[in-house]
Design a protein around this ligand. Structure first.
Ligand SMILES: *[C@@H]1O[C@H](CO)[C@@H](O)[C@H](O)[C@H]1NC(C)=O
Ligand SMILES: *[C@@H]1O[C@H](CO)[C@@H](O)[C@H](O)[C@H]1NC(C)=O
Ligand SMILES: CC(=O)N[C@H]1CO[C@H](CO)[C@@H](O)[C@@H]1O
Length: 613
């Protein structure tokens, strides 16, 4: 079988060259050419104080459904995880047809297992799934829950998918167009459409609506601070009079609702549906002692007791058309619910001094630091509790934004195997080498990679090298024409985590035409075991050391028995092989060693061990 993917890098680099202006703000990879992840520019102000963790962002370009002719390349928008240095860890965009996703985060309130969740925006017209929905994935990055729209609403609203503690139910904002008379505005003769807002509590497993709250009858039109159109809209959805953009729930069962176009945060009784209090806006029940806010987002309970409630939110202080202040900020506000006074506990100003005119979020990290998503161009920053900005980052590309940005601890062990590509290069028969690339989309905790070659598809694999994890994609260069390549991810203790499939190395179809020296012997795949034999002499010493360790491990196993323990020990023997291979870097040619494949005694690490079948 002749493989053709050796041409991929060529095609790929041509694309990059032709479209350089559009593409140099994207990370690209040989093993995953379909992934084109936005790059970050990062500024550390005090790196020691930055919380370890991963960034959860969902870049998108435009909110409207894009016609198929739109210029972007596939797999640039959608859920992405980056490490704290802006290196891609997972791109999920290709899984969802490059559709926009929102509110992408990890769920640390369900159990001790990894879960991530996000909203997939409603689909293209030709797509069967027009309403969109929410998704929960597990640590293997496989579907755990698909939360569809099960009521009469036309789409899953994109603002909020707030999975509540325990993971059984989630909150989502919900909009309903209603045809109403405008008498609340003193215009009894006017009738038209109003986009009313509210929220639903959903069963995560089924999408069933457990509770719905609607603004109609609770938030009158005159409370709006967003100009009402005259004459009223004659078509749905109509006047967006409150614009709900977040909802949270406390242990008492009451809900915290943020409405951007009343400039108000509401506490809503979970029992009666009545508004218990309003913070901000025209009819605030609280006296705002030392702050104002305007066009806020992402209101969250921080803590509460019978006399005080602390909340966090993003004060945008502006919208698309107007502003109230020169700078947006994240606010932690304490509400004295006895004396009805509200005071700022912490204020974190946008580090670049600018305004987030829409979107954004505030996340209190467990160590007390605060992570703020300013939304446009993926701008986010982290602060220590005293307000010191320790890090700020944004997409290099102005083409992308993210509705929210979060930081979480995350452990990914993808179900799919690592992706691998190998290419053979060389101009003389003395300098042929095999270049291998490996990646594992979504994997964390990989410390190093073992690389293997085989004489043919059915031969045992032979270790040809081990190198440290090199980011989303790790490159490895082996001397000679190695074929039937595979790679194995190892954790920091040397335990195997995952194994790629075996891939044939791509070689030029015509070596001489590709520049290979015409009088030299044309390269053909080598038997990696044979390469081992030829180097046997100089390696014996190192191998004796490793062999001693392996024998020791085998004795230990013999004493205990038990398959599981054997596997563990075999793994650590693998680690020894890895170290062994690392130690040999001084050689021009790497050493080779066969890895035990079956439940047998560790294979002696000598080169002349016959391959077993
Ligand atoms: C999570 O882990 C912690 C510490 O290991 C443990 O105390 C707790 O019970 C675990 N929680 C669940 C829900 O399993
Ligand atoms: C409630 O919380 C406030 C603020 O943290 C605190 O000052 C107060 O003592 C608490 N009251 C009770 C009854 O715990
Ligand atoms: C932006 C913020 O958090 N607070 C500001 C709100 O607006 C008032 C008035 O402009 C300022 O005094 C606050 O600092």
């Amino acid at each position: 079988m002749i493989s053709l993917w050796w041409i991929v890098p060529l095609l790929f680099s041509r694309n990059v060259a032709a479209d350089a202006i559009a593409d140099d703000d994207l990370q690209t990879f040989i093993t995953r050419p379909e992934i084109r992840a936005p790059r970050f520019d990062i500024t550390y102000h005090d790196r020691r104080l930055v919380t370890p963790g991963y960034w959860f962002v969902a870049p998108y370009t435009v909110l409207e459904m894009e016609p198929p002719t739109k210029k972007w390349m596939p797999c640039q928008v959608g859920p992405h995880i980056y490490d704290g240095d802006g290196n891609l860890v997972w791109s999920g965009s290709c899984l969802f047809e490059n559709r926009n996703t929102f509110d992408f985060k990890a769920l640390d309130n369900v159990d001790n297992n990894t879960h991530v969740s996000f909203i997939v925006q409603q689909g293209y017209q030709q797509n069967g799934d027009k309403k969109g929905g929410a998704i929960v994935l597990d640590g293997r990055l496989e579907y755990e829950d698909v939360v569809p729209v099960t009521n009469d609403l036309g789409a899953f609203d994109i603002h909020e998918f707030n999975v509540l503690d325990g993971g059984k139910t989630a909150l989502s904002t919900a909009y309903r167009p209603e045809y109403l008379d405008y008498s609340e505005l003193g215009r009894p003769d006017d009738h038209g459409w109003v986009h009313t807002g509210g929220f639903v509590e959903l069963d995560v497993a089924t999408g069933d609506v457990i509770y719905e709250w609607r603004s109609l009858g609770h938030i009158p039109m005159e409370e709006s601070t967003f100009p009402s159109p005259e004459p009223p809209p004659m078509d749905p959805p109509g006047w967006d009079y409150i614009h709900v953009n977040s909802v949270d729930k406390n242990a008492d069962g009451d809900y915290l609702l943020s409405c951007r176009f009343t400039d108000t945060i509401y506490l809503i009784s979970g029992t009666t549906g009545d508004i218990i209090w309003r913070l901000g806006g025209k009819w605030s029940n609280f006296e705002l002692i030392d702050f104002r806010f305007y066009r806020q987002h992402h209101a969250r309970f921080v803590e509460h007791n019978s006399t005080h409630t602390t909340i966090s939110f993003l004060n945008n202080a502006s919208d698309e058309q107007s502003q109230d202040d020169i700078r947006s900020s994240a606010l932690i506000v304490q509400l004295d619910t006895v004396n009805m006074k509200a005071t700022v506990v912490h204020r974190y100003g946008r580090p670049d001094g600018a305004l987030s005119r829409l979107r954004g979020n505030v996340q209190l990290l467990k160590n007390g630091n605060v992570f703020v998503g300013w939304s446009e161009q993926g701008y986010h920053s982290e602060f220590t509790p005293d307000g010191t900005c320790v890090m700020e980052a944004r997409f290099t590309s102005p083409r992308y934004s993210t509705y929210r940005a979060y930081k979480y601890d995350f452990h990914g062990r993808p179900a799919e195997p690592p992706a691998l590509k190998a290419f053979v290069y060389g101009a003389r028969d003395t300098d042929v080498s095999t270049v291998v690339y490996v990646s594992w989309n979504g994997a964390t905790d990989v410390a190093s990679w073992n690389f293997y070659a085989q004489a043919d598809a059915a031969s045992p694999r032979v270790l040809i090298g081990n190198i440290p994890f090199g980011g989303f994609e790790t490159m490895f260069i082996a001397d000679g024409y190695m074929n039937w390549i595979s790679a194995e991810a190892l954790d920091v203790a040397g335990n195997p985590m995952g194994m790629s499939d075996v891939h044939e190395s791509a070689a030029p179809p015509d070596w001489v035409a590709a520049g290979f020296h015409a009088s030299d012997r044309l390269p053909i795949p080598e038997d990696p075991m044979a390469s081992v034999s030829s180097e046997h002499e100089e390696e014996v010493e190192d191998k004796e050391e490793a062999q001693k360790a392996a024998d020791k491990a085998y004795d230990f196993v013999g004493g205990i028995g038990g398959l599981l323990i054997f596997v563990l020990v075999a793994c650590s023997a693998g680690g020894i092989v890895a170290c062994f291979s690392c130690c040999l870097k001084r050689r021009t040619r790497r050493s080779y060693a066969q890895i035990p494949l079956e439940e047998t005694a560790p294979t002696p690490l000598t080169a002349d061990t016959p391959a077993h079948h």
